[in-house]
Design a protein around this ligand. Structure first.
Ligand code: 13P
Length: 268
């Protein structure tokens, strides 16, 4: 069975006002209503402060909700953290974990991400585990080693039967439109060949670690400067099962063409 497609919009710290978040989410949800998504899933990950209002606005539509991060404990004296129970309470179905901005700007480790993945699974939140190498690591021939280590350590102690709730997002750091992550690096989308290599590597690792049945069904999204102009070639690859989109997910006009491209590929 081929994995389902999952398209996610990661709004990062870009949409600051609740009213604006609700308006964009509503426009995306309305546009989605006109499409037959089949098994394709679409989510957005707004700021925490907008989650509840956005959840109310998109209730009953095809658009789903994700948290951008979470803590690996349920509750307690942990100033500034967000509980998986709170994400569930406001209607999140997914949670992004281990995004390279969390890893590289905020110092999150694979061990912490592993605790979060396990907690999310326990709470019935679908983890979108983000992995990816920097430009320097790729240059040094470390692409496979870095992604292998992030996968192995972030998914430690996860059982094959839990995998059907996990999504992997391969986001090469050098392709993410973020100058803080990429000082002195020319930011550009991965070519279909580069993305294909990495996705095939990740798929092979998943199958060899978790077995054919579990390992072949996990969606592997591509992320990094994906937009209308470059998504068709990437999404045409059978090894790319969707996208995790930053900048281009911030309006219905730029996000919908990517979703439509994914649906077009699905029909082939
Ligand atoms: P951009 O699409 O803005 O490059 O961001 C990608 C990303 O980090 C999604 O999580």
């Amino acid at each position: 069975m081929t994995p389902k497609y999952v398209i996610g919009g990661n709004w990062k710290l870009q949409i600051l006002r609740v009213e604006e978040a609700v308006s964009i989410a509503t426009a995306i949800a309305e546009a989605l209503e006109k499409l037959d998504l089949g098994t394709t899933e679409v989510f957005i990950a707004p700021s925490y402060t907008a989650l509840y209002a956005v959840a109310q606005a998109i209730k009953g539509t095809k658009l789903k909700l994700a948290g951008q991060n979470m803590y690996f404990r349920d509750k307690g004296a942990f100033t500034g953290e967000i509980s998986p129970d709170s994400l569930k309470d406001v209607g999140c179905e997914y949670v992004l974990l281990g995004h390279s901005e969390r890893r590289r700007i905020f110092g999150e480790t694979n061990a912490q991400i592993n605790q979060k993945v396990k907690k999310a699974l326990e709470k019935n939140l679908k983890p979108v585990l983000c992995i990816g190498e920097t430009a320097q690591e790729r240059k040094d021939g470390q692409m496979e080693a870095v992604n292998r280590q992030q996968l192995a350590e972030s998914l430690a102690d996860v059982e094959p039967e839990q995998l059907s709730n996990i999504i992997i997002a391969y986001e090469p750091v050098w392709a993410i439109n973020n100058p803080f992550l990429n000082p002195n690096v020319e930011i550009k989308t991965a070519t279909p060949e580069q993305a294909s290599d990495a996705h095939n590597f990740i798929r092979a690792w998943l199958v060899s670690t978790f077995g054919e049945t579990a390992g072949s069904q996990i969606p592997i999204q591509y992320g990094g400067s994906m937009k209308a102009g470059n998504c068709v070639d990437l999404l045409a690859l059978p090894e790319i099962n969707g996208g995790l989109i930053g900048g281009a997910s911030l309006s219905s006009e730029t996000f919908m063409p990517i979703i439509e491209a994914a649906l077009g590929q699905m029909k082939k």
